[in-house]
Design a binder for this molecule. Structure first.
Ligand code: ADP
Ligand code: MG
Length: 504
């Protein structure tokens, strides 16, 4: 079961202004559907392909070409909706959003304005262990992406690459429930994590497969609560929309800047104009792109080429039955099943691949020890090794589990285990075999340890006297014995024997 004893964080208040102001943020996230084919054609969606090689006639807007819905994309949108605990609409419909753009040769984008496939859902955004905010999802609709115009290849001409034209996007629209820049970034991070767990979008922000339009407004304390009570937007300030952000860092910077810009206008007695803005990361500022008056009239109307999209409840149920365990559930289970801290559990579940790796290591072993090894040793080593992904780890879960098993059996100490880990990391091999072959086994034979202890005591009479007067100095003898045995003596046995021999 999910532990929902969460506390909501306080809204961000902007310092340095004459009055107190609070931020209100709503995001429209465009997530590329993880499908090999486009939304209405069989053309490939492969990233980085030769320009204009992934274009079907329908993508190129050839006369008489008809779109055919890709069932796989619909299934992934439904899966996403279910993952966000959202309402699935068994009937939805496609509309034409009319505008001319060179990289969308149809002259319109097929989207879902009036009847989206997914309705209201939610995302629980973690801010710190035990502190989270519930961000409501308003809707998710399916639509086509546009292509890419290239203006910097030739001084006189522009080029167009239609490979992306017609690729399926899910537009995930949040309610204005986000109250600060860090929360906005955390929301995008959580959404990305859920989509990656579901396998419905790869979340690659660098390639533009996940990008956000960020709506920002400011209001006075108390206004947001009034909006929450009534759902009446007139309690909120006028919003500006910052388009096409594909970096969490830039999202935060743009919101900070935009909030200060709006506050300065309002405190000067002015009014914020609703408009679309662009963020310039080099200058660290947002710039006006177009105002509401210049906004296009898209003349939406139902797409006559496509029938309303009817899906069956049984099909939705099948998809629901195939949902994987999601991040919140997995994290809660790691805390209870393996005795991990919330923090460790969230680090391990950040990516589904690291969670799977950890589980394979921890199977039948001490969970906390497994978590420490994965987080501190393995993650640390991968980071040092050019920030390698867990899927590229040279040490397999079986090998790391083997190392931990040797510690648990008392065959090696924690210190030797670190050396062994490095050997396995760089050379590979079976940990138990390496320990055997290289004589790394811990000496638990008390006879051998006793001999070493006797030797150190006999050779250092002055130290013996000091230790008898001050038992804390016994540690020196332990250190000497460990050194003499090449770190292989069982530390507990050494401790016990030193204490006994010194009569402490
Ligand atoms: P549009 O397509 O005109 O941008 P949408 O309904 O698709 O409109 O998206 C509007 C987005 O703006 C939603 O994410 C919504 O939560 C957010 N939003 C609406 N009003 C405000 C406001 N006053 N402050 C901040 N965000 C807002
Ligand atoms: Mg918008």
């Amino acid at each position: 079961m999910l532990d929902l004893t969460y506390e909501a964080p306080a809204p961000k208040v902007i310092a340095g202004a004459k009055h107190d102001w609070e931020l209100v943020i709503g995001l429209e996230v465009h997530a590329q559907v993880a499908s090999n084919a486009k939304l209405f054609s069989g053309a490939s969606t492969q990233f980085g392909a030769e320009p204009n090689s992934n274009v079907a006639f329908v993508d190129a807007g050839m006369p008489g070409m008809l779109p055919v819905i890709n069932e796989g994309c619909v299934a992934l949108a439904v899966k996403t909706g279910l993952g966000l605990k959202a309402q699935i609409n068994l009937t939805s419909a496609f509309d034409r959003k009319n505008y001319f753009y060179p990289d969308l040769p149809q002259g319109y984008q097929i989207s879902q304005l009036y009847h989206p496939i997914v309705g209201e859902g939610e995302v629980l955004v973690d801010m710190a262990p035990g502190i989270a905010r519930l961000v409501r999802i308003e809707r998710i609709h399916l639509e086509q992406d546009a292509g890419k115009s290239i203006h910097d290849m030739d001084p006189h001409m522009s080029f167009v690459d239609l490979n992306r034209t017609g690729v399926a996007l899910m537009e995930i629209v949040s309610r204005p429930d986000i109250r600060g820049p860090e929360e906005a970034a955390a929301y995008v991070g959580k959404l990305r994590q859920i989509l990656r767990y579901l396998g419905t979008c790869d979340g690659n922000m660098q390639n533009g497969n996940l990008r956000a339009d960020v709506n920002v407004s400011v209001c006075r304390p108390g206004d947001y609560e009034r909006y929450q009570e009534t759902q009446d937007f007139s309690h909120l300030g006028t919003r500006c929309e910052i388009k096409n952000m594909n970096s969490m860092r830039f999202i935060q910077q743009a919101i900070e800047f935009e909030a200060r810009r709006q506050i300065a206008i309002l405190e000067d007695g002015g009014t914020v104009v609703q408009e679309t803005r662009l963020y310039d990361p080099d200058k660290g500022e947002t710039r006006s792109m177009r105002s509401k008056e210049e906004a296009h009239d898209y003349r939406y109307f139902p797409c006559p080429d496509l029938l309303p999209l009817e899906i069956e409840q049984a099909w939705v149920d099948d998809i629901a039955a195939s949902l994987p365990e999601l991040p919140d559930e997995k994290r809660a289970r790691f805390v209870t099943a393996f005795g991990l801290s919330e923090y460790d559990a969230s680090v391990l579940t950040a990516e589904v691949e690291s969670a799977a790796y950890f589980e394979a290591v921890a199977e039948g072993r001490d969970g906390k020890m497994a978590a420490n090894w994965v987080i501190n040793e393995l993650f640390g080593r991968l980071k040092k090794d050019g920030d390698r992904a867990i899927t590229e780890s040279p040490v397999s879960p079986a090998q790391l589990g083997g190392i931990i098993g040797l510690i648990e059996k008392g065959d090696i100490s924690g210190k030797i285990a670190k050396d062994l880990f490095e050997m396995v990391y760089t050379e590979g091999g079976d940990p138990a075999q390496i320990v055997e072959d290289r004589g790394m086994k811990q000496v638990t034979d008390t006879g051998a340890i006793e001999a070493a202890v006797d030797k150190v005591i006999a050779e250092n009479p002055a130290q013996v006297e000091k230790a008898k007067a001050n038992p804390k100095l016994a540690g020196w003898f332990v250190g000497q014995v460990m050194k003499a045995t090449g770190g292989k003596a069982n530390p507990k046995a050494v401790n016990d024997l030193v204490a006994a021999k010194l009569g402490l």
